[in-house]
Design a protein around this ligand. Structure first.
Ligand code: UD1
Ligand code: CA
Length: 435
């Protein structure tokens, strides 16, 4: 049986990112590069996943998964040194050790599957791509279809370099790794221990150092903000393609942004200029109108959102509900068929079924120190321009007169109205003119 150990290298300094945040925690489609690679290795059914990190790295909550071993590389002496730090966690009987780089996040399962089907203990396979323009990737020196060695871009004295670029991702038997890693030296311009030197050592020991070619887009390494932006574009295109194939209507796909974990049902339409942040689920037949922003929320079936709506974290929107233009809703539950159609702020509210929230209604959920809840029962009608000062409860079938500032609970079926009596002064205009 195949025993697969996956090592993810994530300890680098990431200086080219010019950021105080660890390089591998930068997001693509709202998920860190490291998480993308962890997800991929989990889908591959690795027996063991080892992530090599530096001593400053704090493991994000989302990555605290039980089947992941974190190993600290004390000093960043190069990629081979990072592997040395985790050799003690590698069992020599593992017939398949896969090297992944946390800064190569777009890698697909299908490419990795081609890599991990090693035929013998003496086989090593690497993923590569061809690129004619000058670049900083390591280059493969190929002889009789085998990789003779990999030379880092910086180590070339001449301007001409091979076009075969190293993705960094390769797979070999644990015994081979244990044998070659200690032999790697740092006699190069950067005084670093290059993991890529494994190939020279293996080739010279008559190993079958094979190469599988693919596309740069999938293998691209992210070292700076420009490359991060390119990866985001590529990932967004993939997500758009996935949702279009799934039957989602995107009126202008290039202007709709998704997160890696976005889930969308059948016959959903999304109009131009919509941003979907992390943890969003959209039910069947819903419509998201232009310029809407959704984050960490569950949208039911046949819901209409926007245009220009903001649905913030913690919202659950019931089937057939409507959230209209210039409405912000946060940490609230909106029952089936309820409507907040115009210019409202709804926060920390529990709203029943078939409720109508009039234009300009505000839930005043915050007193400057604490947040409070507004509860609104089924079929209630909140008149326009009302302020509901939480904590407050509006009963089922109750009405609120428009313009009210409601500070006390309103009973079922009652009318709550808080408004000064209107007075009328006759002939006001004539009085004004006399002055
Ligand atoms: C590396 C490869 C290069 C390849 C390219 C693909 C080496 C020597 N070079 O170059 O051939 O074309 O990736 O993208 O491997 N890391 C550690 N500890 C260290 C140094 C790096 O864990 O001491 C990690 C980084 O976090 C990163 C990965 O290893 O995830 C690659 O390191 P990086 O410095 O980005 O290597 P490249 O110069 O891109
Ligand atoms: Ca890199």
């Amino acid at each position: 049986m195949k025993k697969l150990t996956t090592i993810i290298l994530a300890a680098g300094k990431g200086t080219r990112m010019s950021s105080s945040r660890s390089k591998v925690l930068h997001p693509i489609a709202n998920q860190s590069m490291l998480s993308h690679v962890i997800d991929t290795s989990q889908k591959l059914k690795s027996n063991k996943i080892i992530v090599v990190v530096n001593k400053l790295f704090q493991i994000p909550k989302e990555n605290l998964k039980t089947n992941i071993t974190y190993v600290v590389q004390k000093k960043q002496l190069g990629t081979a040194d990072a592997i040395k730090a985790c050799l003690k966690n590698i069992n020599k009987n593992d017939n398949c050790v896969l090297m992944l780089y946390a800064d190569v996040p777009l890698i697909n399962i299908s490419s990795l599957k081609k890599l991990i089907n090693l035929k013998s203990k003496k086989e090593i396979k690497i993923l590569a791509f061809k690129k004619l323009e000058k670049n900083n990737y390591g280059k493969l020196v190929i002889q009789n279809n085998l990789v003779k060695e990999i030379i880092e871009a910086k180590e070339f004295k001449k301007d001409t370099q091979p076009v075969e670029c190293n993705s960094g991702i390769f797979c070999l038997n644990a015994e081979a790794l244990i044998k070659f890693i200690p032999k790697i030296k740092n006699n190069n311009s950067k005084k670093e221990f290059y993991l890529t030197d494994v190939f020279k050592l293996a080739f010279n020991s008559k190993y079958h150092t094979k190469v599988i070619f693919g596309e740069e887009e999938e293998f691209m390494g992210i070292n700076n903000k420009t490359e991060l932006a390119s990866a985001e574009i590529a990932m967004q295109d993939n997500l758009r393609e996935k949702f279009l194939k799934q039957g989602v209507t995107l009126v202008d796909p290039a202007t709709v942004y998704f997160s890696k974990d976005t889930k969308i049902g059948k016959d959903v339409t999304i109009y131009p200029n919509v941003f979907i942040g992390p943890k969003v689920i959209i039910g069947n037949n819903s419509v998201i109108h232009p310029f809407s922003n959704l984050e960490d929320c569950k949208i039911g079936k046949a819901v209409a959102i926007g245009p220009n709506a903001r649905v913030r974290p913690g919202c659950v929107i019931g089937d057939n509900a409507k959230i209209g233009n210039f409405v912000e809703i946060k940490k609230s539950k909106l029952g089936k068929g309820s409507k907040v159609n115009h210019l409202s702020y709804v926060g920390d509210a529990i709203i029943g079924k078939n409720v109508n929230i009039g234009a300009g209604t505000i839930t005043c959920n915050y007193d400057g120190k604490n947040k409070f809840i507004t509860e609104i029962g089924d079929n209630a009608f909140i008149g326009s321009n009302s302020s509901l000062v939480a904590p407050v409860k509006i009963g089922k079938n109750a009405y609120i007169g428009s313009g009210s500032v409601i500070t006390k609970n309103v009973a079922q079926g009652a009318l709550g109205v808080e408004r000064a009596h209107q007075i009328e002064i006759k002939n006001w205009s004539k009085r004004l003119k006399r002055k």
